[in-house]
Ligand binder design. Structure first.
Ligand SMILES: C[S@@+](CC[C@H](N)C(=O)[O-])C[C@H]1O[C@@H](n2cnc3c(N)ncnc32)[C@H](O)[C@@H]1O
Length: 337
């Protein structure tokens, strides 16, 4: 069985970089079950992820390439490292995601990790479409300035968002429109009034990107409260929902009684709404600050909403420190197929 060494991309955030080998090992074991014993290792003073892989078949190399922190891959042959060419899996340059810098932005590598492990959990028809390389529909119902949405585009999926911060949606719209123009990619973007029951709810944003040889990619973001997401999107359902809940530091969790440090009240009301927007076999991936809500309580909320949380050993490896007031974890739950 070949022993591979994966060189990890540096992260702009040094606290995250220190934890990235451990998080990447957990991610790889979920997105590519053929990978065994992924473990951080150091060779000649350089950090790698070392793994046993059952043959270097294309789909396994594609999984390594897609992993959130992969920079390069080598097969270890005695004392030598032979470069292994990884397939190019992203549809777009990653500066679409990395250029915006703002307080409260979700770490880009972590966003990719959350998307990857959520899509790995799909079952039934969404899983079959994923395995056939078809485009999936992903919703971020608290999308902020759109890190998840643009990450979905990179990975080749349609992206849909909701946020109650109109300024965040405007900033995302401006960045995406400028980026598409600057890259000279064929696209259309536009804003229009969002009306429901005769009321004006603000501006919605729509974008379509036409790349050669691929069906057009869609991105749309609606202004509004995440607990109204089902009403805002109507009958539309999603293969996956991927979201980073407010940590109570830069962003509070907005509910009828104000802005809260803990996301517990908001999530208790929002999770059942999101569960109803998932297709059968679809998956919800959520990250949150465990200082405001325990993992156990979050998993109970997911179960009460009729979802099946994934809670084996593999899934309990993702808790990590962001700073003194944020310990971030992730949970993934599936709507039974
Ligand atoms: C951690 S931030 C997400 C950041 C985003 N991933 C990014 O990188 O830009 C959480 C988001 O939840 C939004 N939010 C909080 N309460 C909300 C509510 N009740 N409805 C909709 N959005 C809400 C905040 O406006 C904020 O944008």
């Amino acid at each position: 069985m070949p022993r591979c060494l994966v060189l990890l991309s540096p992260s702009a955030n040094h606290v995250y970089a220190g934890q990235s080998p451990r998080l990447s090992a957990a991610e790889l074991s979920i997105i590519c079950p053929d990978i065994r014993d992924a473990a951080p290792t150091t060779v000649a003073g350089v950090d790698y992820l070392s793994l046993d892989i059952d043959g270097l078949a294309d789909d396994r190399l594609a999984a390594i390439s897609r992993a959130s922190a992969t920079m390069a891959c080598f097969a270890r042959e005695g004392d030598l490292l032979r470069p292994v060419e990884l397939p190019h899996t992203d549809l777009l340059d990653d500066d679409l995601v990395t250029i915006p810098k703002y307080q409260g932005k979700t770490n880009e590598q972590f966003t990719r990790l959350l998307l990857n492990v959520t899509l790995a959990a799909l079952r039934g028809s969404p899983a079959r479409r994923r395995d056939a390389g078809e485009r999936l529909a992903v919703l971020d119902p608290m999308c902020g300035r759109g890190t998840t949405l643009t990450t979905c585009w990179l990975a080749g999926h349609d992206a849909f968002g909701v946020d109650d911060d109109a300024k965040a949606l405007e900033a995302m719209t401006a960045h995406l429109s400028t980026w598409l123009r600057r890259k000279r990619l064929k696209h259309t973007t536009g804003t229009s009034r969002l009306r429901r029951d005769g009321r004006n709810l603000g501006k919605r944003f729509d974008a379509e990107l036409r790349l050669p040889g691929v069906a057009p990619l869609t991105l749309a973001a609606l202004p509004g409260d995440t607990r109204d997401s089902a009403a805002l999107w109507g009958r539309k359902t999603f293969d996956a929902i991927v979201t980073d809940a407010p940590y109570g530091v830069v962003h509070g969790a907005h509910t009828a009684s104000g802005s809260h440090r803990s996301p517990a009240t908001l999530l208790a009301e929002a999770i059942p709404v999101w569960a109803g927007q998932l297709r059968a076999g679809g998956a919800l991936g959520l990250s949150w600050n465990t200082h405001g809500l325990s993992r156990e309580d979050l998993l109970s909320m997911l179960t009460e909403a009729g979802l099946e949380p994934l809670d084996g050993d593999q899934w309990s490896q993702f808790s990590h420190r962001v700073d003194s007031s944020i310990q971030r974890d992730l949970a993934v739950a599936v709507r039974p197929a």
